[in-house]
Design a protein around this ligand. Sequence first.
Ligand SMILES: [Zn+2]
Ligand SMILES: [Zn+2]
Length: 301
Amino acid sequence: MYLGAHVSIAENIALAPERGRAVGAEAIQIFSRSPRMLRRTKPLTTEETQGFRENLEKHGIVRAVIHANYLINLGGADDNTIKYSREAFVEELDRAQALGVRDVIFHPASHGGKGEAASIRTTAESLDWSFDHANAPDVFAVLENTAGQGTVIGSRFEQLAEIIKGCAHVDRLGVCIDTCHTFAAGYDFRTREGYEALLRTVGETVGLGRIRAFHLNDSVGDLGSNLDRHEDIGKGKLGKEPFGFLVNEEHFRGIPGCLEFPGRDAGYKKNLKTLRALVKGPNPPTSPRAPGGKRGDRGTA
Ligand SMILES: [Zn+2]
Ligand SMILES: [Zn+2]
């Protein structure tokens, strides 16, 4: 796994790789624009996109992923929300393509009272609409599992699998597993046995081959608390052990795993050290499988 962190794009998006390097990251996650406004923003300039690409190379960042705007709700309850969310999502896909980033990670939806099944259907339709309207043939839309707070969907891997099944562009979809959300949603993977059970669940629902990213966060909330609050690795309710299983997992070689405490960059260095100390043996510098390439699913093996 390529270990990294969510870093700021303040002032200029091209500065993000250097910020990643400064905390010791091999992978970075960024917002492609302000994450708390939905209205259209001005397109990235060639200077910004070129600078970003060059700086990835220069600062040794192997993988970069984008986290979509928080306000995007592709399966929302009203037409206006859906319309603006789709347009903003298209913008995210286009910006990723321009930056040479292959993954746009997003939170599936909040059904806002319209019910899970309807929201899952709308989300799948919104994804198809977005792929048809974007000019981003190389970009994956990556569904992140949620903690299950409020009316959000996507806390069960079965729900993510249903969204994927309902989408006509299945080959454009990936999954990002957030460790804090997984635990808060009720999956206990603190022991080897629990971890293996989680892998089986993921394999049987979305498929292990669909995992394109991890968010590595410990959890403030307890098992099944539905609380989306991230904690330093080893300081939360998960503890260090499950992160040890993940960073040494064969299946997840070459996949980016990012810490997520936007605005708290100071902690990244320490947390990345903690994670690296859990890696047994040499962490292979390159993936045996090209990121984005087709990978077999080991299923329940
Ligand atoms: Zn996350
Ligand atoms: Zn979270």
